[in-house]
Design a protein around this ligand. Structure first.
Ligand code: HEM
Length: 186
């Protein structure tokens, strides 16, 4: 590897490892502020909540893949060098896959695992799939579960009146005006 390659890898790890998990926790606090009754239940079970936040507000909205050779997919043959755009957020919001309650925050849809929550178990892919699936997936989920459990044990939280809900794609899906959340010590 050249020095430039190593610098590129380090920049990727810094961006991939920090911004994504931070924005996942931000959207989790926004949604739990909107649905405060969920906070008590969350103190018991955080995993389903994180799946549901990643479904509704995936930190990475879109990923691209390039066909290096002629490739057949779903009965269609694509020539080499075609770029596929995989719209994570669109598939996460498809009522045909998730049902009519697709836009609701319903963590219990994951009560019996991802495969029972939707028509196709690969329809939830906030960390991508395949050989280039996120290298930090387990670490990110462990980190988010630990942080959320610690916050839930010590605080209840609600959206401030000054909060404006404005999901905004920059490189990750950010709240455009920040997330104004009032925390009260339990
Ligand atoms: C909620 C948190 C995270 C989300 C939603 C997420 C999502 C993703 C996605 C969608 C990809 C595929 C990108 C593509 O193929 O274009 C990816 C790749 C990657 N992620 Fe994450 N990520 C998260 C946290 C992390 C963390 C904490 C680390 C490292 C500590 C990390 C390291 C990586 C690396 C190195 C890749 C590139 C893997 C490869 O190309 O082989 N990610 N991530």
């Amino acid at each position: 590897m050249t020095t430039e390659d190593i610098i590129g890898e380090l920049k990727l790890l810094f961006f991939a490892g920090s911004d994504t998990t931070a924005v996942l926790l931000t959207w989790t606090m926004v949604l739990l502020s909107m649905y405060p009754e969920r906070q008590d239940r969350a103190r018991e079970e955080v995993t389903m909540i994180l799946h549901e936040v990643l479904r509704l507000y995936p930190p990475i909205l879109l990923i691209g893949r390039e066909a290096y050779e002629e490739t057949e997919l779903g009965g269609i043959t694509y020539p080499a060098e075609v770029t596929f755009a995989l719209p994570i957020a669109c598939i996460h919001h498809d009522p045909g896959v998730w049902g009519e309650d697709v836009d609701e925050f319903k963590p219990e849809r994951f009560a019996e695992g991802v495969s029972k929550a939707c028509k196709d178990s690969s329809a939830l892919f906030p960390f991508s799939w395949g050989p280039h699936i996120c290298a930090g997936q387990n670490f990110a989920l462990l980190e988010a579960k630990m942080a959320l459990s610690m916050i839930l044990q010590q605080f209840m939280f609600e959206l401030s009146l000054s909060n404006t809900h404005a999901p905004f794609p920059v490189s990750t899906l950010q709240p455009q005006h920040g997330a104004q959340i009032k925390l009260t010590k339990l």
